[in-house]
Ligand binder design. Sequence first.
Ligand SMILES: Cc1ncc(COP(=O)(O)O)c(C=O)c1O
Length: 378
Amino acid sequence: MSERAWYETFRSMFKGLDRCVFLNSAGVAMVSEPVRDAVLRWAALGQCAEFDYYAIVSEARENAAAMVSGRTDRIFFSRNTTHGIHTFILGYPWQKGDGVIVADCEFPANRLSWLGLREKKGVGVRIVKSQNSKAALDDYYKLCDKDTKVIAISWVQYLSGQKADLAALGRFCRAHDILLVVDGIQGIGAAEMNAEELNIDWLSADGHKWMCGPEGVGLVWMSERAFNVVTPACKGWFGVEQPFNFEEFDQDYEANANRFLDGSPMVLGIMAFSAALKMLLSFGMDKIAARVLELSAYTINEAKRRGWEVLTPLNPEDRAGIATFRPSSGDLEVIAKKLHDNNIICSLRGGGWLRLSAHAFNNHEDIDKAFYVIDKNV
Ligand SMILES: Cc1ncc(COP(=O)(O)O)c(C=O)c1O
């Protein structure tokens, strides 16, 4: 398939693009045809309660594992990114005085969750000070000591779009016996994730951004060493070896990551999420990632050539799909409203920034349309 045919086929998966200019994959994903079909399939199956739960969840786990290049038995489906992080926090055997390192520029899902530990467990949470929503790895390293048990970080920062060098951080964490917990939501689906190779220990991401899934279903992948240390906070009937053996009370936890499940899974959401993952994988994450990077470069260059301030790192290795900038004049609230009135979906973010996040189904014309509206209002 030629590159053009590949792109046109991918774009045709997103019918909503006929009705709006969607530059908000860092916000909430656009619904694709496979996701829509999966929802309808769920409804059709549900009319006669014909779900084959095991087949649906097994296939979805395979797709999730392929998306993060990790072992399938180390995957479970969470309710969202926060829930995945909480599962780690609630299951880790904290001792008074243990330490966690997290940056001040993290999205609340990966900041508040850890800060809460201070009060509850006497864990020392040290905060890396960021500059312009970018945190330097050296500043994480400086805060570590013998009590540090966890470094928690976003793969891609939600505002600046800074992409962390997880390979370097993963090596550091292994060398110092620290667990690396990653909020992957702003990266997975936009860039290629290889969780095993990067030495990540706990990877949590809801599906509703770059992975093109619905809100409220996420994936968690964990390393062998995390699997051996973190235990489920409570025994859930779906987290044991034989969930449907209701008479057997003395049941052991499931031997794989599904031990972290609680009750009935969100089958509808899992079907939709799985369809989205399958679609992305079939188009090739290498091709998708390359195109996403090219589109963020294009957005950044458009802002730069107008002389506007760009928050996103210019080096392609340090970013994925997020491109954040601010025009040098004009009222951003007005600009955001004009964009909205022109059916251009993007995000106005705190601190006076415009965030455009183009997925591989977008093109230069979409981005030009946004700049056309901005230009008229600066
Ligand atoms: C970096 C980051 N983490 C997490 C979330 C969302 O967390 P959750 O899936 O728990 O709603 C977002 C955006 O909404 C985000 O940008």
